[in-house]
Design a protein around this ligand. Structure first.
Ligand code: HEC
Ligand code: HEC
Length: 412
């Protein structure tokens, strides 16, 4: 399919969920930067120390770090969700090797676990827009439900069944603590014990302040405790402006009602047409596709061709600590990730595969039918081949400088 034809398809099947309201909210944000942080600011409260965790959360922290709970004995949650990388992947490869012998590759990049406590279960809004849920495709409704998968996934911790996980828990150094919290007989019922372990993991991610500390330079700026450098400030304006980056349309920089500060995600879904990543072993098979919302993890949405290729909007907090960007980790630097947004359609040859005749296949990780789902109507990707990108190269650098202010743990 040519580029032009896919544009036409996109206009016929315009995404039902164009983000007009949030773009307008961002105009207000430029008018009153400080006000957008919300009364009270986001970062004032000092993070609670681990000792402030409740009994279940304390157990959850131990489980999170325990490599003996994997078939290889070498993988724990923390292995793929490293605090040094904003609780996202620390690995140089886009996907991780798991399984009993650490030789089974995954198919997606490990996302950040930060700020997920403000997420909601998966649902469709009244306008049909999908939102919420955990994983890139929203297939789990709670953090506890999510935690079932890594323990049993053959290319992650790869336990053969729930009983195998529970046998390891029962002989862990913290087994007596587990009994003290969940009852003496807890290990005699595997499903109940597994359920409690996943509950503990959820409590840990919800209670430990490190997962939602709101203490970046951006938070200090919104609270009026510091200023942004001119380049960062310009990047912030470009981030919000609907005619420039328009990033805030999906990565809101304003505080939502349910959180003490901005989350830089609205937990909705979109189809960005991220290029195919040849570094993912599964992609060696030309027939393999990651359908996202309509893909393998979502048999309930398999018939929803309109949702194919859509993935959850990740938070941009701590994005500068990531080693790979997007669900398939195709881009490796923040500069490239931002450049992709503004030059995806103006210069498709940079991103997508080219055939022997020099023809580019835009959105080459999607099936032909699904290419029409790619968002080509909303800025910054509402440009056509040969047009000027929404941001100049200098503006891209400014935007990147702003994104670097979103890293937790900033000190003046
Ligand atoms: C081998 C690497 C690996 C291990 C080990 C691992 N994860 Fe993950 N995690 C991933 C990947 C990859 C994804 C994205 C998968 C997807 O979307 O289909 C993910 C997704 C998640 C998500 C969803 C994030 C979101 O944005 O919705 C949570 C929460 C999570 N993991 C928590 C855990 C917990 C808790 C453990 C330990 C029980 C764990 N992970 C172990 C790689 C790993
Ligand atoms: C229409 C919604 C939308 C807009 C507008 C948008 N994004 Fe995104 N963003 C997403 C979605 C969806 C993803 C995940 C897509 C995927 O992995 O396939 C994403 C992912 C990212 C990532 C990768 C983060 C990670 O953890 O892998 C970065 C960086 C990013 N966006 C930055 C930006 C910037 C900068 C802008 C403005 C120039 C912007 N986004 C505009 C929806 C949007």
């Amino acid at each position: 399919m040519t580029h032009r034809a896919s544009d036409r398809d996109a206009n016929l099947v315009a995404p039902a969920f164009v983000r007009v309201a949030r773009a307008l909210a961002c105009v207000a944000c430029i008018a009153a930067l400080a006000a957008c942080g919300g009364a009270g600011g986001g970062s004032a409260n000092a993070p609670a120390a681990s000792s402030n965790l409740g009994p279940a959360a304390q157990l959850g922290e131990k489980i999170f770090r325990d490599t003996t709970l994997s078939a290889s004995g070498k993988l724990a949650c923390i292995s793929c969700h490293d605090p040094a990388n904003g609780h996202a992947s620390p690995f140089d490869t886009p996907v991780t090797m798991g399984g009993p012998n650490l030789d089974q590759p995954g198919t997606r990049t490990s996302p950040s676990l930060r700020y997920l406590r403000f997420n909601t279960p998966f649902s469709f809004a009244s306008d049909g827009a999908p939102a919420g849920g955990f994983f890139w495709d929203g297939r789990a409704n709670t953090l506890a439900e999510q935690a079932r998968a890594p323990f049993l996934n053959p290319f992650e911790m790869a336990n053969p069944d729930v009983a195998a996980v529970v046998a390891k828990l029962a002989s862990a150094p913290y087994a007596s603590q587990f009994r003290a919290v969940f009852g003496d007989g807890i290990f005699s019922d595997s499903e109940a014990a597994f359920d409690r372990a996943r509950f503990a993991l959820e409590r840990y991610q919800r209670e430990d302040a490190v997962f939602a500390s709101f203490n970046s330079k951006y938070d200090a700026f919104i609270a009026g405790r510091t200023t942004l450098a001119p380049q960062e400030l310009n990047g912030f304006a470009l981030f919000n402006r609907p005619d420039k980056g328009n990033c805030a349309a999906c990565h809101p920089s304003a505080k939502p009602v349910n959180a003490p500060g901005a989350l830089f995600t609205d937990f909705t879904y979109d189809n960005l047409g991220v290029p195919r990543n040849p570094a993912i072993p599964a992609n060696a098979d030309p027939a393999y596709r990651d359908g996202g919302l309509c893909g393998m993890g979502r048999p309930d949405l398999a018939a929803r061709n309109d949702l194919c290729g859509a993935f959850k909007v990740p938070t941009l907090r701590n994005v500068a600590l990531r080693k790979h960007f997007f669900h398939n980790g195709r881009l490796k630097t923040l500069e490239d990730a931002v450049t992709f947004y503004v030059k995806r359609d103006t210069n498709p040859e940079i991103w997508y595969s080219t055939d022997a005749l020099g023809n580019v296949t835009p959105y080459d990780d999607l099936g032909e039918r699904e290419r029409g789902n790619v968002n080509t109507t909303e800025g910054p990707y509402n440009r056509r081949r040969g047009e000027a990108p929404a941001l100049t190269d200098a503006e891209i650098q400014d935007l990147v400088a702003f994104l670097r202010t979103l890293t937790d743990g900033w000190a003046p």
